[in-house]
Every structure is written in C-alpha cells, then in structure tokens.
Design a protein around this ligand. Structure first.
Ligand SMILES: [Zn+2]
Length: 145
C-alpha cells in the first residue's frame, strides 16, 4: 500500500484549528470571513474563544460577514528580519498590521501584501484578501485600497 503525501512549497507556520477557532479558519479557507458574536451583549469577539470576551456569556454564534471586508490600519510594525520558522529575507520587509474593521468593532491582525513599507500609515484603508497557502488552506491578509 502506498501513501500519497501532498507536497507543499509553503514552509511558514500554518494556523492551527482548534474547537474554538475552526469556524473562522474553515471560512477563511473558503475566502470568507465569519466572526464570533455574542447573542447576549451583541458584541463581536476576535480572536474567537469559548465565551464572549466582553460579558463572559457562552451564548456565542458565528456570523458570516461575506467576502468584501474593509478596514483601516490601526497599528503596524515592519519586520526587516525574518523571525519565525519558514520566513526568509525574501519575505522582508514584512508589514504586519492591526486592522480595525469598518463594519464591526474589532481588529484583525494580518500582513499587508503587495505594498512598499513607505506606503503604510495608520488610518490607511485596506481590504481583506485571502492568501492561498496550499490545496486546503488560506490565510486572511490585507492590501491597500
Ligand atoms: Zn457578550
């Protein structure tokens, strides 16, 4: 019996799915954003967890936000040195941004792709894009709009 092993060229860390965050990553794999929302206080919670991060309620649901996700850069760092396994100097400079979503009162961290570090500033508008990393997985990232 031979076992087929899928080869991938993606060597960086792949986000691990847990019982709490699997719906988020499953949606990301389909290039969608879903967010955890509390049915008691009405707040969105991100990153997701076993209970609402605002009021502690366990009455949380997943709400589809679609594929047109916009926000603005709330904060950022620019990495000029690879510091995680799988990253090389060719990945640098790497823009890592905290993005405040336009429609929802949460922030999501991601890389701002396809830009020069000098183009980045707090308050600049960005759109979520999904970086396909292998046959099964995709990661939410950002690009300037
Ligand atoms: Zn709540």
């Amino acid at each position: 019996m031979t076992e087929q092993i899928k080869e991938t060229t993606y060597t960086k860390p792949i986000p691990f799915k847990t019982i709490d965050n699997a719906p988020y990553w499953d949606a990301a794999d389909a290039h969608h954003l879903v967010l955890q929302k509390c049915t008691d206080c009405g707040q969105y919670a991100h990153p997701p967890g076993p209970a609402c991060s605002h009021c502690g309620s366990q009455n949380v649901i997943w709400e589809d936000q679609g594929t047109e996700i916009f926000g603005e850069i709330y904060s950022y760092v620019i990495s000029y040195r690879p510091f995680l396994p799988g990253y090389t100097m060719e990945d640098c400079p790497l823009v890592i941004a905290v993005v405040k979503l336009k429609e929802q009162d949460i922030t999501i961290i991601g890389n701002v792709l396809n830009c020069e570090p000098t183009d980045i500033a707090i308050g600049k508008p960005v759109q979520m894009i999904w970086e396909t990393i292998n046959e099964e997985r995709a990661i939410p990232q950002w690009q300037l709009v």
